[in-house]
Design a protein around this ligand. Structure first.
Ligand code: ADP
Length: 490
């Protein structure tokens, strides 16, 4: 009988995350998983996504279908029930929505400005077990988990293989988007996991007497990735490994840094529906209109000649706000305006709200999570400031580059990998970079920006250099594709 030639089925990668755009977002994790999924689909992979069915999903503008699948998972000595809903993104990406309203139908994803939800251990044990139930229905070649909230799914798969025989051939990838967030819970929560006590040991889930979900995933995953080459080195050091540097060093042979991309369709100054006027590198006139619109949005004087500094950020200490706090008098003394859009820690909310109230002609602050306003800031500001203490990759500086809004960044993680110091003599570089985490060093970068801003020709060169950078997903998605193929074949 003649053999029929047919191409092998596409590689099937199931990505699980606690937030994915457009369904739920508190930070870059959501952007990355959502846009990476689309880029991988364009490369021909079969992609499925798994994400909790939060209130933002239930109330959102999505076409959701009930699969009819109901499941229970072990939590402590009982079983907890969930339902499986489904929707689609891209051409044919199935998005599985894990519905369990007692866990996920809440105002926030992880907590309130005053702290985390007290039952987060249980919520994310549930999610991790639920992920494995979903995968049983359509087993992937690769389970790709992201961050601590889903890292446990990888650990549970390896620790409890008998519960998941359908997944015995699946390979696992765990991406660390931020090693400081590990999902650490006290040992009294151990019963929730239903694992043999032999897994509550330092080689596995135990971390100085507590349970560490991320660590369990790191110990179990076939491959670990993180979101920039520099960060892949930094997490092997005590300062930025946040206590896990030992395991990152141990697993160095299976650890790779792949720089994130950004979605060039969603973030495009030529077509952005949220900005006052669209523009392009060849025609920058629209950017002036965006600046004046942004100044008026924040009630600032609409002066084209004052350097307008934009910030869009989670309000967390990682992001460098204490530098702005201790350098307050210094930067307030400069001829600049600052607009900040942020949500997060109460202490930074209070600080910046007070500064804006006492300096309304210089500082505008909005405490909210507001995606359209984020676009207006990225388009309308002259520079975008990202003074992070550490930054695994960072997306905001890449948005800035795409919009000709030069980044001022600290040389750490992905900021270092994406921004090069502007040199006016060579006409090279796309932003301003400072290194020591100190006020004088930050001020030096701000002063360089102020100085360059005065020289219009140099500033235009800088804007064009910024816009010439390419941080679209295509290159990074190729790197993931290679990694998946190697794993699936190996
Ligand atoms: P992180 O993931 O550490 O928060 P990233 O720079 O990787 O930092 O990603 C942050 C993402 O969240 C970007 O898409 C940014 O625009 C968005 N973002 C952060 N804070 C806000 C906010 N208050 N309103 C709207 N978007 C925000």
């Amino acid at each position: 009988m003649a053999e029929t030639l047919s191409s092998p089925p596409p590689l099937h990668v199931a990505m699980a995350a606690s937030e994915i755009i457009p369904f739920a977002k508190t930070g870059g994790l959501a952007d990355v998983v959502g846009s990476l999924a689309l880029a991988l689909e364009r490369l021909g992979l079969k992609i499925s996504l798994i994400v909790p069915c939060y209130r933002s999903v239930l109330n959102g503008p999505f076409q959701i279908e009930d699969t009819g699948v109901r499941f229970t998972v072990p939590i402590s000595h009982r079983r907890e029930a969930g339902a499986l809903l489904r929707t689609k993104i891209g051409d044919g990406i199935t998005v599985y929505l894990v519905r369990a309203d007692r866990y996920f139908d809440r105002e926030g994803l992880y907590g309130t400005p005053d702290g985390d939800y007290p039952d987060n251990a249980e919520r994310f044990v549930f999610l991790s077990r639920a992920i494995l139930e979903v995968l049983k229905l359509d087993p992937p070649d690769i389970l790709h988990a992201h961050d601590w909230q889903t890292a446990l799914s990888v650990a549970l798969l390896r620790a409890d293989p008998d519960l998941y025989p359908q997944l015995s051939a699946a390979k696992t990838v765990l991406t660390v988007h931020n090693a400081a967030y590990q999902g650490i819970f006290w040992y009294l929560d151990w019963h929730l996991l239903n694992l043999d006590p032999k897994f509550f040991t330092p080689g596995y889930l135990e971390f100085y007497g507590k349970i560490n979900f991320l660590k369990g995933g790191l110990a179990s995953a076939d491959v670990i990735t993180t979101v920039s080459p520099t960060y892949a080195d930094e997490i092997k050091t005590p300062v930025l490994g946040h206590g896990l540097d030992g395991i990152f060093r141990e697993r160095a042979g299976s650890l790779v840094g792949i720089l994130n991309g950004i979605d060039y369709d969603l973030w495009n100054p030529r077509t952005d529906p949220f900005i006052a006027r669209t523009y392009s590198p060849g025609n920058l006139a629209g950017k002036k209109a965006c600046k004046s619109d942004l100044q008026s949005t924040f009630g600032l004087p609409q002066s084209p000649d004052v350097l307008l500094v934009g910030m869009v950020s989670r309000l967390a200490s990682q992001k460098g706000f204490d530098l702005l706090e201790s350098g307050l008098d210094e930067w307030l003394s400069r001829p600049l305006q600052l607009v900040l859009l942020g949500s997060g820690d109460r202490r930074y909310q209070d600080f910046f709200t007070t500064v804006a109230m006492s300096h309304p002609e210089k500082v505008g602050v909005k405490i909210a999570f507001d995606d359209p306003l984020a676009h207006k800031i990225i388009a309308g500001a002259d520079v975008v400031l990202v003074p992070s203490h550490y930054e695994p990759c960072g997306l905001v500086q890449m948005f800035g580059l795409r919009y000709g809004t030069a980044p001022i960044v600290r040389a750490t993680g992905g900021l270092r990998d994406t921004v090069q110091q502007f040199d006016s003599r060579q006409g090279a570089g796309n932003g301003f970079v400072f290194s020591p985490y100190e006020v004088p060093s930050l001020m030096e970068a701000i002063d360089q920006a102020l100085d360059t801003f005065k020289r219009k020709q140099d500033w235009t060169t800088l804007m064009r250099n910024a816009m010439a950078a390419d941080f679209s997903w295509d290159r990074s998605a190729q790197a993931y594709l290679k990694l998946y193929r190697r794993l699936a074949e190996g």
